[in-house]
Design a protein around this ligand. Structure first.
Ligand code: NAD
Length: 260
């Protein structure tokens, strides 16, 4: 698919990896719908400005992806503004750190609810618009934790394994409609998810600073010896949009820390 003058919805597009994906898609010519929570509206506005600086159009739509009516309103807002939906990037996600025995049922439900059910609901809202046009690209954010389980994030890892199964099933369903469905599995990208949840837990256990924990982690666990950037993930998203014959895949962007 040539991305010029297409429309891409990026959930969780206000900041972090979502912003990186929005900007790379915009550079390739797509107009962007930034779908994110009201709490990060300032960040969403900033993403829109950065997209416009790339010569594309942008609109932000406040959306809680856990609510199907809001997902439908998100899809309708994209149609109202741009007349079509070509790409859906299910990027919004949350994490927390706790061993299973100490994890509350509410926290389990919250992480599964956003990462897995939210992705399902956004797809459900957008697919009818794509099937009507007989074309589309759906990209779901999984993780290296979706390929290999990790201690203290069982809910997150379960949701990201689930994303890979969901991606394969949906790719089977939508192939006949000329819609590809793929997943991206990032490794370590320096975003709020790491700064606010993962690094405090790692640094606390080891009695070191957040920056030291980040440097140690990426140096010791990543064969390329460096973290990935939001732009790296955005470039993978652009590739998956441009690829006409790849569907049901889950591509690692991890600097080699996950190879399977
Ligand atoms: N940062 C990493 O190293 C890393 C690694 C692997 C996978 N991922 C995945 O990449 C995606 C983006 O992560 P990030 O690191 O940029 O995190 P982030 O916390 O910086 O951004 C997540 C975004 O999702 C939004 N969001 C959360 N709940 C939402 C909801 N209910 N409805 C709508 N939006 C919601 C947040 O407001 C935020 O803008 C996530 O799916 C995450 O699991 C990240």
């Amino acid at each position: 698919m040539d991305l010029k003058d297409t429309t891409a919805i990026v959930t969780g597009g206000a900041r972090g990896i979502g912003r990186g994906i929005a900007l790379e898609l915009a550079k390739a010519g797509a107009n962007i719908v930034v779908a994110d929570l009201p709490a990060v509206q300032d960040d969403a506005d900033e993403t829109c400005k950065l997209v416009e600086a790339e010569g594309a159009q942008a609109v932000s739509v406040q959306t809680d992806i856990r609510d199907f009516a809001q997902c439908q309103a998100m899809a309708q807002a994209a149609i109202d503004k741009f007349g079509r939906i070509d790409v859906l990037v299910n990027n919004a996600g949350v994490i927390s750190v706790a061993p299973v025995v100490a994890m509350s049922e509410e926290e389990w439900d919250r992480v599964i609810g956003v990462n897995l059910t939210g992705t399902f609901l956004c797809c459900k809202a957008v697919i009818p618009h794509m099937t009507e046009r007989g074309a589309g690209r759906i990209i779901n954010l999984s993780s290296q934790a979706g390929k290999k389980g990790q201690a203290a994030i069982a809910h997150y890892s379960t949701s990201k394994f689930g994303i890979i199964g969901f991606t394969q099933s949906l790719a089977q369903e939508l192939g006949p409609s000329n819609i590809t469905v793929n997943a991206i599995c990032p490794g370590e990208v320096d975003t709020a998810m790491w700064r606010e949840s993962l690094l405090p837990a790692i640094a606390g256990l080891q009695g070191i600073t957040l920056d030291e924990a980040w440097e140690n982690w990426t140096r010791d666990r990543v064969p390329l010896g460096r973290p990935q950037t939001a732009e790296d993930i955005g470039q993978a998203a652009v590739f998956l949009c441009q690829a006409d014959n790849i569907t049901g895949e889950s591509i690692n962007v991890t600097g080699g820390s996950e190879m399977g």
